[in-house]
Design a protein around this ligand. Structure first.
Ligand SMILES: CC(C)(COP(=O)(O)OP(=O)(O)OC[C@H]1O[C@@H](n2cnc3c(N)ncnc32)[C@H](O)[C@@H]1OP(=O)(O)O)[C@@H](O)C(=O)NCCC(=O)NCCS
Length: 184
């Protein structure tokens, strides 16, 4: 059994309403908006972007991560719109165990319309059918009910609730682990 990871020809994914494409330096403004928004970053234990340079550096990291085959990120666009309204990706690719972690953020203007639920289906399909991962995981803050709903709706199962296992910003945070296993 082998993973089939090849991101050199960037995989564009499409659903009824969405197009997922590569994030480029041209998206710096939108990436800055997403990564600096307090509401979006509320349950993401990362330092928010302070400047456009931080956002540019983030885009660079996404690109390096892809080149090293450690992860892949897509900008989430509505079909016919070039502006990204969010980012979704597979991160922390764990080749020996055929695992990867799913993560996503969406501009609050577009929340509650099922966009991330639609995008995650494309990413699950890509992860299982193209890359041949066995398990996709997601790690969330237990207070993040919107994210939990997205995962439950996509048939992720709760596997664990770790107490105060992540130290961020002077606080010990709980993490809830969800996963979906490729049964094929
Ligand atoms: C989590 C997130 C991606 C959900 O995206 P979305 O496209 O709004 O998801 P959906 O439209 O499928 O909605 C999911 C559910 O959460 C609910 N929801 C949406 N925004 C919410 C909010 N701010 N607070 C509470 N619930 C919310 C929706 O009503 C929906 O529930 P319902 O189907 O019972 O009505 C989005 O809220 C987000 O970007 N949050 C900030 C970043 C983040 O926390 N990312 C995940 C890190 S693990």
């Amino acid at each position: 059994m082998e993973l089939s990871i090849n991101f050199s020809n960037f995989p564009i994914l499409e659903s009824e309403r969405l197009l997922l494409r590569e994030v480029t330096p041209d998206d710096v403004k939108e990436v800055f908006q997403l990564r600096s928004d307090k509401e979006i970053m509320k349950y993401i234990p990362r330092v928010p972007a302070q400047t456009l340079e931080d956002a540019l550096e983030h885009i660079q990291i996404l690109s390096e991560t892809k080149e090293k085959e450690e992860g892949i990120s897509w900008g989430i666009c509505q079909k016919g719109e070039d502006k990204i309204m969010g980012i979704i990706g597979l991160y922390r690719i764990n080749k020996p165990n055929f695992r990867a972690e799913v993560g996503y953020i969406l501009d609050p203007k577009f929340h509650g319309k099922g966009f991330v639920s639609e995008a995650i289906q494309l990413v699950i399909d890509f992860g299982f059918n193209t890359c041949k991962f066995h398990t996709l995981t997601a790690i969330i803050d237990p207070r993040n009910s919107a994210s939990e709903k997205v995962l439950q709706r996509a048939n992720f199962q709760k596997e664990a609730h770790f107490k105060e296992d992540f130290y961020f910003n002077g606080e010990f945070l709980d993490s809830v682990h969800y996963s979906i296993i490729n049964k094929k």
